[in-house]
Design a binder for this molecule. Structure first.
Ligand SMILES: [Zn+2]
Length: 315
């Protein structure tokens, strides 16, 4: 399918993309050419397809779906103007997506520096926010002094800048999840850079931080994409499958049953059930002696451009 008109302009164009994805009949996600080391390509590809279906449903049920519809209409108007030559496209310079101009984000829990090569660590990652549910996740993390990584979409960071700011102010790590949750492998290089750079700008303007790490929507990734993205790509080694069963009890159980030292855990702060499960997950991880850290901490560095990471250091 043709997934994308132009994503270089405003929020409006992203809404079109999202709705095109929702409306497209018979859409199948491309096979990820670069499976996570621990998964077979077949399983990985199936998971990508399942997640695509999940996201279509999840997005359709968003309370702000109506808002997206308004944005789509606005975008159509803007497209007409562009066709008339009455509006110029605004392109964010691609260099904005590369390395941040601050020091690499390599910070620690309030308890002090954590060396994940010496103690057992786990990195919880929360995707698809920030949304109001994110605040419940923040409260649970704060309760036990743990930190996590949040891979935000530009669309959500723009819709909820104050929540993005709360995530950053609490000392958590920020990552780039693209603007409109479009499958990166369906984009041209220019479109990919635009998805990432617009998101980086949105997150930076909300939080003061420009994320260096990215996570591809649906975990759909090729080596071409990871090279073009110019920043480290963060996958995961433990999938909570919260996107599939949407049950706090299942999410909690899945994480606790499958976690291991060095794990990067996939969760979605978009899901109310995940926000509900987070305090239970944290309680049990701490009881098992895990240090709950950011992705940078579990890797021991903030990632190399063009590289893909699925898990981190272990004792
Ligand atoms: Zn996602």
């Amino acid at each position: 399918m043709r997934i994308l008109p132009l994503i270089t302009r405003t929020v409006a164009a992203a809404a079109v993309t999202l709705l095109a994805l929702l409306a497209a009949p018979g859409h199948t996600a491309p096979i990820a050419a670069k499976p996570a080391p621990s998964s077979s390509a077949a399983i990985w590809s199936q998971a990508v397809n399942e997640r695509t279906g999940y996201m279509r449903q999840a997005v359709a049920s968003y309370p702000w779906a109506e808002q997206s519809e308004q944005l789509r209409r606005h975008s159509e108007d803007a497209d007409h103007e562009a066709a008339d030559g009455t509006e110029q496209e605004v392109e964010v310079p691609p260099e904005r997506i590369s390395t941040p101009d601050t020091e690499p984000i390599f910070v620690t829990n309030p308890a002090g520096p954590v060396n994940c090569a010496e103690v057992r660590c786990v990195a919880l990652t929360f995707d698809d926010g920030p949304v109001p549910n994110t605040r419940k996740v923040l409260a649970a993390l704060s309760e036990v002094g743990a930190r996590a990584s949040f891979f935000m979409t530009g669309q959500m960071a723009t819709a909820h800048p104050e929540i993005a700011a709360e995530v950053a102010a609490a000392g958590h790590e920020l990552g780039n999840h693209g603007w409109s949750h479009t499958d990166f492998t369906e984009l041209s290089e220019g479109e990919l850079r635009s998805e990432l750079s617009r998101t980086a700008v949105a997150i930076e303007s909300a939080t003061g931080w420009q994320p260096s790490m990215a996570r591809p929507p649906y975990g759909s990734l090729t080596s071409q994409v990871s090279q073009a993205a110019e920043g480290p790509m963060i996958m995961w080694s433990t999938d909570s499958r919260d996107w599939q069963h949407r049950s706090a009890a299942h999410t909690h159980q899945q994480v606790i049953d499958t976690v291991e030292p060095g794990a990067i855990v996939l969760l979605h702060d978009l899901e109310a059930s995940t926000a509900e499960a987070t305090p239970l997950i944290l309680r049990d991880l701490l009881a098992k002696g895990y240090h709950v850290v950011t992705v940078s901490e579990i890797l021991g560095h903030s990632g190399e451009p063009g590289q893909v990471y699925s898990s981190g250091l272990r004792p």
